[in-house]
Design a binder for this molecule. Sequence first.
Ligand SMILES: C[S@@+](CC[C@H](N)C(=O)[O-])C[C@H]1O[C@@H](n2cnc3c(N)ncnc32)[C@H](O)[C@@H]1O
Length: 313
Amino acid sequence: MGDTSPLPVLNWLEGRHDVYTRAGAADLQSSIHRNLMATFKDEASAAAYLATDRSHWRQQAIIKAQFVMGRTYTGTILEIGAGTGWASSLLSTLTQVDRVYCSDYDAVAVETLMPQVQKSLNANAGKIQRVFGSFNSIPMENEVDTVISIGALHHSENLFVTFSECFKALKPGGWLVASEPTYPDSENNRKIEARYKKEDAASMKKYGKVTKHEDNSDHYYRLSEFIAAAYSAKFDVHPFVFDLAGSRQADDKVLQDRKTGTGFFPNVLYPYFAKNPANPMFDVLLLALQKPLDGGCDLNHVLSGSGRTWTGA
Ligand SMILES: C[S@@+](CC[C@H](N)C(=O)[O-])C[C@H]1O[C@@H](n2cnc3c(N)ncnc32)[C@H](O)[C@@H]1O
């Protein structure tokens, strides 16, 4: 049984403005987070939530990522876009983890939902620092051993900025682990635009009003976009994509080998750690990024924005 008194909230947005925030999107997240209070009302309901197919997958993604990192979770962890903070709550119970920064840009999640979730999951609340803050503005440098994102990075309006902020916060050699939805590189812009323009069929239930997919901060990033932004932010990049048509040879060893396949999708794997592999997963991407021990290098490619000035005619 953990320490159950939550620490006061840190405000990383005080005096700062995140320009990469979509108007109204955080309010939609507040509505989702208000609805989730009932889901975490007690230990039994919280356990039922964690047992769902999606939650099972996400927990396994965090666990299995240790094979890719070649180490276990230790020291200081920063969870970005934590929402309920269920992952931070579970990580806080590990003895070798000293501190977990559990951050989100929605005040309802940070102020109201996270303490409830910590209680119903028996978290070690004394280790969890709740943070009201954006993953586009992280006031930390070389402090964090691991950054965790569970379905949060695809909410970024600018993946390069978000990755760069995470990179800065990480210690050299530190890792970012993310479980995210992604789309095939063959999807053209019109196809993705059509998805943004569609009415969200679940919006009444989630937000109490009809919205289009473009109204919230969900993005339909292709795998190549995640990879390009991560390399430009100076990370070493290990993407693993799971889908039902993937290689049935997948197992822990494949992750451990950090194999990079050839072809359209690198590392297309059978979803061997799904609770029910026949139920298609939403978060098909397990992305593991490492900040190189020597701090990495900037190739001055277009995305990093720091290229040389061209003076030629
Ligand atoms: C799909 S939810 C995932 C929540 C949680 N990680 C989970 O596994 O249940 C995405 C979360 O990202 C948060 N988010 C979106 N944009 C953000 C930003 N710029 N900074 C911090 N959090 C953000 C949302 O408020 C929301 O809680």
